[in-house]
Design a protein around this ligand. Structure first.
Ligand code: NZQ
Ligand code: ZN
Length: 391
């Protein structure tokens, strides 16, 4: 095992009706003036926003609302949120929704605690982040895992850059997870979420290390998500299916399934370039490139892909090369069965060779970085993978 520290301090409050205890948790973590951050309106339509705001106010807390976080949340919207939070004197940020609302809330918390700096200069690490405000979450979609992760992702729409930062200040104080709150999700979002949950573990599992306990946890999580992703899609009001997905969403991205390894995350980097440029849903951007990535890197360590095929997909083939190929085929077919794209040409249109080269150039940060650990990929490798996914 590689050396590691494990820090996952978020208090998880799981189950039907869990949001009723929100005021207690806000108080426990020092909140008195609460900025509630949400997205495009699903929490208004479901009545959740109104219910929670009334409960917070009844508990003696002062509340201000800030909606409008879009999927692939933008820096411009975050700047507006910081302005509102500073004006209001917020001492606690409560996110209601999924990764986009949570990441917006994280960025607002960081920006409000550091009003002398522009938030993008914190994102690019020009300005080190040394303080933030406490953040709480009421989760309404199982997907990004932001409710327990140390990361947050923003898009700077002026320069078409999607960037994440990892910091302990991104760990939220509490995450309220009521699977029933996901019943109103459109099927496309359930599919995107299922894909993203799998990818947080796949991007850790395919790394150069082999650690039995971590690998076995990862395989169990993947089997569970594959099974219940299909069930949740068939019946979005299946409580068990939505519960399994919700808990998997958190465990998949709180570090657990990669401990002792060297997380790869190449597929996420490949996907970010696509969703920044074409505003494609995050999960869909990952499904669109995974198959091409897997085919490209598989020869680096066929035995790893063969183990994955056998332990996750129940492939019985004894020859490693055939088992590995079968595991890749089954994974891509599964994404297809969810209605996810398995190449990006299908959802954003076939791109010219010039565009694909530019995507590779930008994904490699203008040729200044490589991505991945399972196989380290340079700009030329990235170009080959994008080209193979351009269908
Ligand atoms: O905006 P509203 O109206 O709430 O609608 C949302 C949105 O349209 C809708 N939705 C959410 N819960 C719902 C619902 N609709 C009906 N009923 C409900 N219960 O679903 C749509 C997607 O929401 P979003 O928050 O964008 O989804 P997700 O959780 O997939 O978050 C995606 C964002 O998270 C980032 C992604 O890059 C993307 O920007 N990620 C954040 C990570 C992190 N911080 O650790 C890790 C991930 O890898 C990812 O990069
Ligand atoms: Zn993701």
């Amino acid at each position: 095992m590689e050396k590691f520290t494990y820090y996952a301090p978020t208090e998880v409050v799981f189950g039907a009706g869990a949001e009723q205890s929100c005021p207690d948790y806000v108080k426990q973590y020092g909140g008195s003036r609460v900025l509630v951050v949400y997205g495009g309106g699903s929490v208004e339509r479901s009545g959740l926003l109104n219910r929670v705001v009334r409960a917070l106010e009844a508990a003696g807390l002062t509340v201000e609302q800030f909606g409008g976080a879009k999927p692939n949340p933008t820096v411009a919207h975050v700047r507006e949120g910081i302005r509102r939070a500073v004006e209001f004197g917020a001492d606690f940020i409560l996110a209601m929704g999924g990764g986009s609302s949570i990441d917006t809330a994280k960025a607002i918390a960081h920006g409000t605690a550091n009003p002398e700096h522009d938030i993008w200069s914190i994102w690019t690490r020009e300005v080190p982040l040394e303080r933030s405000l406490p953040i709480g979450v009421i989760l309404t979609i199982s997907a990004a895992g932001s409710e327990m992760s140390d990361s947050a992702v923003l898009t700077n729409e002026e320069i078409h850059r999607k960037r994440g930062i990892n910091t302990r200040f991104n760990r939220v104080k509490f995450a309220i997870m009521n699977p029933e709150l996901t019943y109103t999700l459109p099927k496309y979002q359930i599919a995107c979420g299922t894909t993203d949950i799998m990818m947080h573990t796949l991007d850790r599992y395919f790394n150069p290390m082999e650690n039995e306990l971590t690998d076995a946890l990862a395989e169990a999580l993947l089997r569970t998500v594959i099974q219940f992703g299909t069930k949740a899609l068939e019946n979005p009001e299946d409580y068990q299916a939505q519960s399994e997905l919700m808990w998997a969403s958190s465990l998949s991205h709180n570090g657990l399934t990669g401990l002792g390894g060297k997380p790869d995350f190449a597929v996420h980097q490949l996907g970010h370039e696509i969703s920044a440029r074409f505003d494609l849903a995050h999960g869909a951007s990952l499904a669109a490139v995974w198959g091409a990535w897997a085919e490209y890197v598989c020869p680096t360590k066929v035995s790893r892909f063969a183990r994955y095929a056998r332990n996750v997909w129940g492939v019985t083939e004894t020859e490693d090369e055939k088992a590995a190929a079968e595991g890749i085929r089954k994974t891509v077919a599964y994404f297809g069965s969810l209605g996810m794209p398995t190449g990006f040409g299908k959802c954003i249109g076939i791109q010219s060779d010039e565009t694909v080269r530019d995507m590779a150039y930008r994904c490699a940060y203008e040729g200044t970085r490589t991505i991945g650990t399972f196989r380290v990929l340079n700009e030329q490798d990235i170009y080959q993978i994008y080209s193979a996914a351009n269908h």
